[in-house]
Design a protein around this ligand. Structure first.
Ligand SMILES: *[C@@H]1O[C@H](CO)[C@@H](O)[C@H](O)[C@H]1NC(C)=O
Ligand SMILES: *[C@@H]1O[C@H](CO)[C@@H](O)[C@H](O)[C@H]1NC(C)=O
Ligand SMILES: *[C@@H]1O[C@H](CO)[C@@H](O)[C@H](O)[C@H]1NC(C)=O
Ligand SMILES: *[C@@H]1O[C@H](CO)[C@@H](O)[C@H](O)[C@H]1NC(C)=O
Ligand SMILES: *[C@@H]1O[C@H](CO)[C@@H](O)[C@H](O)[C@H]1NC(C)=O
Ligand SMILES: *[C@@H]1O[C@H](CO)[C@@H](O)[C@H](O)[C@H]1NC(C)=O
Ligand SMILES: *[C@@H]1O[C@H](CO)[C@@H](O)[C@H](O)[C@H]1NC(C)=O
Ligand SMILES: *[C@@H]1O[C@H](CO)[C@@H](O)[C@H](O)[C@H]1NC(C)=O
Ligand SMILES: *[C@@H]1O[C@H](CO)[C@@H](O)[C@H](O)[C@H]1NC(C)=O
Ligand SMILES: *[C@@H]1O[C@H](CO)[C@@H](O)[C@H](O)[C@H]1NC(C)=O
Ligand SMILES: *[C@@H]1O[C@H](CO)[C@@H](O)[C@H](O)[C@H]1NC(C)=O
Ligand SMILES: *[C@@H]1O[C@H](CO)[C@@H](O)[C@H](O)[C@H]1NC(C)=O
Length: 588
């Protein structure tokens, strides 16, 4: 808790102007109508991943693609401290999901003690709500209002394409008298011309399906309950349909000619926190069918979106055509340590999002419905001298390559690809490993594939035990998973992106995804990729590409790292300097 005298003083100092948004906060030190500046140059700050300018971020919210091709990302945001609290909806926009422009905070709590918790946004093109008589780009956000006594579902509408919102006067639109009822994710179900919201009854381990003709009047349609891993709470459900690949997991998941003609399948994704099998937070998904009121899973199995520990509360963008791969972004952290990681004290912000991922379903070996989650490739404009990769080999058999990239890749961001072909199905031997090392401190993160799991079992592992910048008993340091070698392709493909404090790896087009954050004391500056003990005949190709900083172009003042965001977006806004604000909300 912070002192109200201090707040009054700050309000006087800051001479806060009239609010430009109708979503008005009682807290005068939170800037309205202007983005919050942030320093994106810190050694721990990812250069390709989204992170907030300052302070604490958690779940992605309200993600939609507008008619102009702009992606909108909102996020759970405490603009008053580097731990969770004072939940607002922060906002950023992007054309390519790598270069982000920070926008003014979009939705504010309306009273002390209120939190604008997670939710989603849709475009009401047909004005079903009646809020948008003169436009087709009206946006309706549906979120949970959290108070000391209840969690209700509210809506707010935006006449300006999602930049400012007005809370609906008739809120709440759903109230059931529960304080564990949250995270509405709305989509449009065309066959019945109806909106559908999936909402979590968190501690009843139930996802409720609600329908509405107009986003205002909601009817409970069905419950999906006690499925998969329960953990201690269900949160952040998503219902989304996506293409299914006709063939194996190694068909290009972005090429529509590879999609099954039988049409799309749904997944219901449910996040669990706390109580994930590896501790804390994780997400699971259920493939199935949906008929407008009832979701029917294909089987009773639990499937996870990630095999490591830093992928939670993922959300899918609204308005990606149903017949296209769906795009998701998740929070790259875990509640077990999200509020204690060292970016807080060292660089004044906490949490990153994952890279944007494209998602399709595939019938992989031994598992008929597997989500393939694969990052959208970084734009080629971000590749450093693409014609000369940092490392490259088309036959790295029983051999090791090493490159130092201190001077050539100042962002510290790299992508790497290791393709292993002609793998025998039996008596398989060999490994392919990667290590990113600090030549100054000797710290490292590493991982690899192990081909000798046994007649097709192909384990993949990740290890962050070699970095020393963060010590926490919940910061588990090793992760592993397995895929079964596809006998038709005899191939394993590993792709990954390293970005200062986060490593994401993807096996076989995303059949397995691993997201691992880490905090080194020294800057990682050397990459080593090696294989050994491979059966004769196995082929290995390797490429490591240096990537630029997506934030650098926005930095002002000769590369001092400060990103101002979209300062021209709204008239009448006031820049709130960080040094006036301090860490007011810490510890709340
Ligand atoms: C829509 O346009 C009509 C006619 O110009 C105007 O009277 C009305 O105020 C507009 N409504 C909104 C919500 O902008
Ligand atoms: C697209 O951009 C134009 C021009 O800036 C703007 O008038 C329009 O409102 C935008 N459309 C959407 C859907 O945001
Ligand atoms: C909008 O109306 C069209 C035409 O009736 C319909 O096909 C479409 O599903 C509707 N979409 C939404 C989001 O209301
Ligand atoms: C759906 O689940 C909620 C939470 O357990 C429960 O309160 C409600 O009665 C259920 N509705 C139906 C129709 O079963
Ligand atoms: C929809 O909700 C509004 C506001 O609560 C109410 O006035 C209206 O009667 C409802 N309409 C229907 C069809 O239920
Ligand atoms: C959806 O499926 C449920 C359960 O099978 C059934 O009760 C309901 O009538 C179906 N709804 C539609 C619109 O087909
Ligand atoms: C998946 O592939 C297996 C092996 O080819 C096949 O038997 C099975 O029917 C397929 N399942 C689906 C859902 O396509
Ligand atoms: C790859 O390298 C191995 C070991 O150096 C060699 O035996 C093999 O012939 C090479 N394969 C190709 C396709 O060049
Ligand atoms: C695999 O190894 C076993 C034991 O050495 C041997 O008997 C068998 O012939 C091998 N199989 C193949 C296909 O090489
Ligand atoms: C890869 O790592 C494994 C496990 O630490 C090790 O056994 C193997 O020798 C390593 N291979 C290479 C090429 O570094
Ligand atoms: C790689 O090393 C293993 C073990 O030393 C050996 O059996 C194999 O022939 C080597 N592979 C190639 C292609 O040289
Ligand atoms: C691995 O295979 C993928 C898919 O064909 C390709 O895009 C990538 O460039 C390959 N990587 C290497 C190092 O050959």
């Amino acid at each position: 808790m912070y002192s109200s005298a201090l707040l009054t003083l700050l309000a006087l100092l800051c001479n806060v102007q009239a609010q430009t948004s109708s979503s008005v906060y009682v807290e005068p030190t939170v800037p309205t109508g202007t983005p919050i500046p942030g320093d994106y140059s810190g050694a721990l700050r990812p250069q390709l991943h989204y992170s907030p300018p300052i302070d604490f971020m958690n779940d992605p919210n309200g993600m939609f693609l507008d008619a102009n091709g702009t992606y909108h990302l909102y996020y759970q945001y405490n603009p008053l401290g580097i731990v969770a609290g004072n939940q607002h909806w922060g906002h950023a926009t992007s054309q390519d999901l790598y270069h982000w422009v920070n926008q003014p905070i979009a939705i504010y709590p309306g009273a002390a003690g209120e939190g604008i918790f997670s939710g989603s946004a849709v475009i009401d093109v047909n004005n079903t709500s009646g809020f948008f008589p003169n436009q087709t780009n009206g946006v309706v956000a549906m979120y949970t209002l959290n108070t000391a006594t209840e969690e209700t579902q509210e809506i707010a509408y935006s006449l300006d394409g999602g930049y400012t919102f007005t809370k609906y006067a008739g809120n709440p639109v759903i109230s059931i008298g529960s304080n564990e009822f949250r995270d509405p994710k709305v989509s449009w179900y065309a066959p019945t011309q109806s909106w559908v919201a999936v909402i979590s009854y968190a501690q009843d381990f139930t996802i409720g399906f609600w329908t509405s003709p107009n986003l205002v009047n909601w009817t409970h349609a069905s419950n999906f309950t006690h499925a998969g891993i329960l953990g201690l709470q269900y949160e952040c459900p998503n219902l989304v349909s996506m293409p299914m690949l006709a063939n194996s997991s190694l068909a290009d998941p972005l090429d529509p000619s590879n999609f099954a003609s039988t049409g799309e399948m749904y997944i219901l994704q449910v996040s669990i926190n706390p109580g994930a099998p590896q501790g804390g937070s994780i997400s699971q998904y259920f493939p199935g069918t949906f008929n407008g009121t009832v979701f029917t899973p294909v089987d009773t199995a639990t499937r996870f979106t990630d095999f490591a520990k830093d992928n939670y509360a993922g959300q899918f963008f609204y308005n990606i055509p149903q017949s296209s791969p769906q795009i998701s972004i998740a929070w790259a952290s875990n509640w077990e340590y999200a509020q204690t990681v060292p970016t807080g004290p060292l660089e004044d912000f906490r949490s990153f999002m994952t890279l944007p991922r494209t998602n399709v379903l595939a019938n992989t070996t031994r598992n008929p419905y597997t989500l393939l989650a694969y990052p959208l490739p970084p734009p080629t404009s971000l590749e450093i001298t693409p014609s000369t990769p940092l490392l490259s080999s088309n036959n790295l058999t029983n051999n090791t390559l090493l490159a130092s990239y201190t001077s050539t890749v100042p962002s510290g961001a790299l992508s790497f690809s290791i393709n292993i072909t002609n793998i025998p199905q039996v008596n398989t031997t060999g490994t392919a490993n990667f290590t990113f090392l600090s030549s100054v401190t000797g710290e490292y993160v590493r991982g690899g594939v192990f081909l000798a799991g046994g007649n097709g079992d192909t384990p993949l592992w990740l290890d962050r035990s070699g970095v020393r910048g963060f010590d926490n008993p919940f910061f588990t340091d090793k992760f592993s998973t397995d895929v079964w070698l596809n006998p038709d392709t005899s191939t394993v493909r590993l792709y990954g992106v390293l970005d200062r404090s986060v490593l994401e790896v993807f096996l076989n087009n995303g059949e397995k995804a691993g997201t691992m954050i880490f905090f080194a004391e020294g800057i990682l500056d050397t990459v080593i990729i090696g294989t050994n003990d491979l059966n004769p005949g196995i082929g290995v190709s390797v490429e490591v590409v240096g990537l630029g900083s997506a934030w650098a172009a926005e930095e002002v003042g000769g590369g001092n790292g400060t990103v101002l965001g979209n300062v021209t977006a709204m008239a009448g806004g006031q820049v709130m300097r960080r040094d006036w604000v301090g860490h007011l909300g810490e510890g709340m």
